[in-house]
Design a protein around this ligand. Structure first.
Ligand code: HEM
Ligand SMILES: *[C@@H]1O[C@H](CO)[C@@H](O)[C@H](O)[C@H]1NC(C)=O
Ligand SMILES: *[C@@H]1O[C@H](CO)[C@@H](O)[C@H](O)[C@H]1NC(C)=O
Length: 331
C-alpha cells in the first residue's frame, strides 16, 4: 500500500473502487502467520506503544501543534473533536474524511461546516519530516482529538495507535452522519454500528458542551418545527427568542452550550433540564426514557461525565479501524 504523504490527497493511486474494497477487507483482518491463532477484533491490535521506536516524538509534535493553533483560534478545539467523530462514523477511523477529491466525504453536505483540515495537514507535514512514511493520518487525527479535548478542559486518555488510512471516501456515505433532526431510535442504531451504546451516545453528545452550530442546522426548530410554522414546543421560549436574534443568517454561528460555551463541563446536561438544548437531538436525550436517566446523572456527577468521556472517546477512536499488514502480492 502506498503511503499518504499528505492527508488530503491520495498519492499515486490508480486502484478501482472494487479493488480498493478488497484491500480494505484484507486490511481489516490482521495477517497472522500460520493462520491458526484466534482472530481478535481489529482494535485489539492497536497499542499506545505502536510508534515507540519508529516515531517517539509523535505525541509531542501533535501536542505542540495543537497548542499553537488553538492558542490562536480556540474554536479549533471543538472543530477537531467533531472532525474525528465524522471520520470514525464513516468507514471507521481511517482518515477518509480528510481526502479531498471530487465526491469524497469531505465534499458532502453533512461535512460543509467541518473545520481543522489545515491543522491536521500541518501536523502531518511535521510528522513526515521527523518520521517519514510511518504514521497514519487516522492516528494523527485521533490523538489530535484527544489533545483538543484536554485543551478545552476535558479529560486525558491514552490513545492506542496503529490505525491504517483508508482510501475510499464517498460523499453519500458521509451524509448519513446524524445532523440533529433524527430520533433517538435512529441515533441508537447508528451508534450501534460503531460499536457504541446508549451510554456512549449520551456521553459523547456531551461534546456539545463546547463549540458552535451553524444557524442553518437549527432554523427549522426556531421557525417551522415539523411543518407547524411554530418553534419546537420542547424549546424554552426565551431561548427561542435569543436564538432568533442571533440567527439572522443561516451562516451565522451560535454556541452549542448556551451557559458556558467555552468550558468543558456538565452545563450541557443541565441546559437540557431547562429545555435549552440547541439541537433537537440534544433535547430528545432528556425526554427519551432510554437516555433521560443518564442525562440527569451527568447533570449532577461531573466526575462521572469526564471519566466516562475518556472511555467513550477511546471506544469511538477504535470504531471499525483498519489494522494489520497489507499484502503486496495476492499469494
Ligand atoms: C449524537 C449525534 C450527533 C448529532 C446529531 C450531532 C450534530 C451536530 C451538529 C448539527 C453540529 C453543528 C454543525 C454545524 O456547524 O452546523 C455539531 C457540532 C459539534 N459536534 Fe456533534 N453531533 C452528534 C454527535 C457528536 C459526537 C459523538 C461528537 C464528538 C465525539 C460531537 C462533537 C461535536 C462538536 C465538538 C461540535 C462543535 C464543532 C465546532 O464548533 O466546530 N458530536 N454536532
Ligand atoms: C425514527 O426515524 C426513522 C428514520 O427516519 C424512522 O424510520 C422511524 O419511523 C422513526 N421512529 C420513530 C419512533 O419516530
Ligand atoms: C410531527 O408531525 C407528525 C404529523 O403531523 C406527527 O405525527 C408527529 O408526532 C410530529 N412529531 C413531533 C416530534 O412533534
Amino acid at each position: 500500500m502506498r503511503w499518504f504523504i499528505v492527508c488530503a490527497f491520495l498519492v499515486n493511486i490508480h486502484v478501482s473502487a472494487i479493488a480498493a474494497t478488497s484491500i480494505v477487507k484484507q486490511a481489516q483482518q490482521p495477517l497472522i502467520k500460520g493462520g491458526a491463532l484466534p482472530v481478535l477484533p481489529a482494535a485489539a491490535y492497536l497499542s499506545p506503544l505502536h510508534y515507540m521506536k519508529t516515531c517517539p516524538n509523535l505525541e509531542a509534535i501533535i501536542h505542540q501543534k495543537l497548542n499553537a493553533w488553538v492558542k490562536r483560534d480556540y474554536t479549533l478545539a471543538p472543530a477537531i473533536i467533531r472532525l474525528h467523530f465524522h471520520d470514525c462514523a464513516v468507514r471507521g477511523c481511517d482518515a477518509s474524511i480528510l481526502l479531498n477529491h471530487r465526491g469524497s466525504e469531505r465534499a458532502a453536505e453533512a461535512s460543509k461546516t467541518l473545520r481543522g483540515f489545515e491543522l491536521i495537514n500541518d501536523i502531518k507535514t511535521e510528522v513526515e519530516k521527523q518520521c517519514p512514511k510511518t504514521v497514519s493520518c487516522a492516528d494523527i487525527l485521533t490523538a489530535a482529538a484527544r489533545d483538543a479535548t484536554v485543551l478545552a478542559g476535558g479529560p486525558f486518555w491514552e490513545v492506542p495507535f496503529g490505525r491504517k488510512d483508508g482510501r475510499i471516501s464517498i460523499a453519500r456515505e458521509a451524509d448519513s452522519v446524524p445532523q440533529g433532526h433524527e430520533n433517538i431510535t435512529s441515533l441508537l442504531n447508528y451508534f450501534d454500528k460503531l460499536g457504541l451504546t446508549f451510554v456512549d451516545l449520551v456521553v459523547l453528545s456531551g461534546s456539545h458542551t463546547i463549540g458552535r452550530t451553524s444557524c442553518y442546522a437549527i432554523k427549522q426548530r426556531l421557525y417551522n418545527f415539523n411543518g407547524t410554522r411554530k418553534p419546537d414546543p420542547s424549546m424554552n421560549l426565551n431561548y427561542v427568542k435569543l436564538l432568533r436574534k442571533q440567527c439572522g443568517l443561516d451562516t451565522n454561528y451560535v454556541n452549542l452550550d448556551v451557559t458556558t460555551p467555552r468550558t468543558f463541563d456538565v452545563a450541557y446536561y443541565r441546559n437540557l433540564g431547562k429545555r435549552m438544548g440547541i439541537l433537537s437531538t440534544d433535547q430528545l436525550l432528556y425526554s427519551d426514557v432510554r437516555t433521560s436517566g443518564l442525562v440527569n446523572l451527568m447533570a449532577t456527577q461531573a466526575e462521572f461525565f469526564t471519566d466516562q468521556f475518556a472511555v467513550s472517546m477511546t471506544k469511538l477512536g477504535n470504531a471499525n479501524v483498519l489494522v494489520g499488514k497489507i499484502r503486496v502480492k495476492s499469494d
